[in-house]
Design a protein around this ligand. Sequence first.
Ligand code: PGA
Length: 266
Amino acid sequence: MSRLDKLYLGTNTKMYKTISQTKEFVRSLERLTGDMSEEETSLFVIPSFPSVGPAKQCLSSGRIRIGAQNMGWEEEGPFSGEVSAPMLKELGADLVMIGHSERRHELRETDRMENGKVLCALRNGITPLLCIGETGEQKDYKISDECLSIQLKTGLSQVSAEEAEKIWIAYEPVWAIGAKGTPADPEYVRRRHSTIRHTLEALFGETPGREIPILYGGSVNIDNAVSIIREENVDGLFIGRSAWEADSFNRIIRDVLPVWREKQRA
Ligand code: PGA
């Protein structure tokens, strides 16, 4: 079975939900999606650090994975304010988001830092979800593909082909994220995902390069989710605002699932 026999759907709740709100959210999501099979859908929620353990504990099965929004690049050390991979592991985190645009741009993280975090996550058995994306300015200069390729080659430096079997990628154009973002059109998404796929194949070979899940994120909503998932090499969606109510997230999942199945059969 290939990793791409599954549809990947998740949300990052940023710095929005408290512990009790996160628990309520994941419980409702688990209930609403109870009929979905783990073989077909990989659902995940990435809450803020204090909610990782509580969210994990209030789920009755491992069907919904819980991730962290960031992580230090060393197992331990004098890094006040950072959280390490072993700490996250102890909380039960299944995955870790690395290099989200807000970390890169608001907190000045670099590709080198993201690379250290990817390697650290792999050493500790946590799935790294590496986020990449060009800025609006880079898009205007028509250097989006070059930027994505640099972010992948640097962020995944020293990752072996065997380790690459565990990573996930999220393509999130910076200009498409958040309330001020402009949703990317599906054709644009398809072209960028194709670049990402080629770069992954160049880095790791056809196997596992062809099987690394590439998710799209940035202003995904109930109106555009279906047209994005139809595109080639879009293996899932990484959603912010439109997924923060369990009902709305569930509705998006149910809208895209039949379209994704159709694409798999084609
Ligand atoms: P958005 O957020 O869907 O609210 O644009 C996406 C993200 O930041 O991952």
